[in-house]
Design a binder for this molecule. Structure first.
Ligand code: C2E
Ligand code: MG
Ligand code: MG
Length: 292
């Protein structure tokens, strides 16, 4: 009896594993079609200067609407795109689309840095520098208006290879950001030694606790001051409340990104309401101040 029950449990376990594997294959197959089928879209989330509310940059974030399953989170499909290699063509599409959109905004007077995520696999692709260069040429966007976001772990996987690719990228004149900083336990000075960092994005997990815990407050304070010593810009991620924004401002963190300022928006909504005012001054348009 016990043995039969064990077998039944095993079958249930197998069933759920099988379901997950099928779901994964289903997502992978769907993702293969997604670019050509026009199912991918970029949303943009403002990075706001804490001193005056001016727009510092826009982070490009990939969105996928599956014809059957609807919106699928990047947390679900980016790892599958990474494991299947599909992130390389998808990442190329992201770079092209984001550069074109940024160049279009620039032509209309909106001058800021566009931030694009790079996955570890893209970082190890020998064609990355050419792909970035093509995206810049196609769009006419100046290299200095593009910031490439790389996670600590992607760099630490193979620091030597990363150093080579990142040198080729910075030779083009693009900026580099370390994304999700603080979760990978690498030291900032070690990273700086490996590559010229322009921006450090402080992970949301530290920002979350900044107003209710001494530890997170101290960690953020240390990251901000080190970032400044290295001549880079600190960007706090996942800022959800006015209290967090105030605490970050008090720590002299220059830039913040989060639902408190705006959720990621489709391009057409980014400057829709106050085109004239936001073109005249870099102040954030009310369209960007969507409530959470
Ligand atoms: P990330 O680059 O660190 O982007 C920030 C993530 O935090 C975004 O999630 C954004 O929507 C979310 N976020 C921003 N402010 C808040 C906030 O106040 N509260 C909360 N709870 N979340 C906030 P999203 O769009 O789901 O993307 C997740 C991750 O997927 C990104 O993290 C990035 O690592 C990856 N990703 C997104 N687009 C791309 C892409 O085009 N290429 C690659 N390789 N990765 C991408
Ligand atoms: Mg990012
Ligand atoms: Mg991040």
């Amino acid at each position: 009896h016990a043995k039969a029950q064990g077998k039944a449990r095993l079958e249930v376990f197998d069933e759920s594993l099988r379901a997950r594997a099928l779901e994964r294959l289903d997502i992978e197959a769907g993702l293969r079609e997604a670019i050509a089928a026009g199912q991918l879209e970029l949303h943009y989330q403002p990075e706001v200067r804490l001193a005056d509310g001016a727009l510092y940059g826009m982070a490009a974030l990939l969105r996928w609407t599956h014809p059957v399953h609807g919106a699928i989170s990047p947390a679900t499909f980016i790892p599958i795109a990474e494991q299947s290699g599909l992130i390389v063509p998808i990442g190329e599409w992201v770079l092209k689309t984001a550069c074109r959109q940024a160049a279009d905004w620039r032509a209309r007077g909106h001058d800021f840095v566009i931030a694009v995520n790079l996955s570890p696999l893209q970082l190890s692709s020998p064609s990355l520098a050419r792909v970035v260069d093509d995206a810049l040429r196609d769009s006419g966007l100046p290299a200095s208006a593009l910031c490439l976001e790389i996670t600590e772990s992607a760099i630490m996987e193979d620091p030597e290879a990363a150093r080579r690719v990142l040198r080729a990228l910075t030779a083009l004149g693009v900026r580099l950001a370390i994304d999700d900083f603080g979760v990978g336990y690498s030291s900032l000075s070690k990273l700086k030694h490996l590559l010229p960092v322009d921006v450090i994005k402080i992970d949301k997990s530290f920002v979350d606790g900044i107003t209710d815990g001494a530890d997170d407050h101290a960690i953020v304070a240390a990251i901000v001051s080190l970032t400044h010593e290295l001549g880079a810009t600190a960007v706090a991620e996942g800022v959800e409340t006015a209290e967090q924004a105030a605490a970050l401002r008090a720590l002299d963190c220059h830039v913040a990104q989060g639902y408190h300022f705006s959720r990621p928006l489709p391009a057409y909504r980014c400057f829709s309401q106050s085109e004239i005012r936001s073109a005249a001054s870099p102040a954030l348009s009310p369209a960007l101040r969507t409530p959470t």
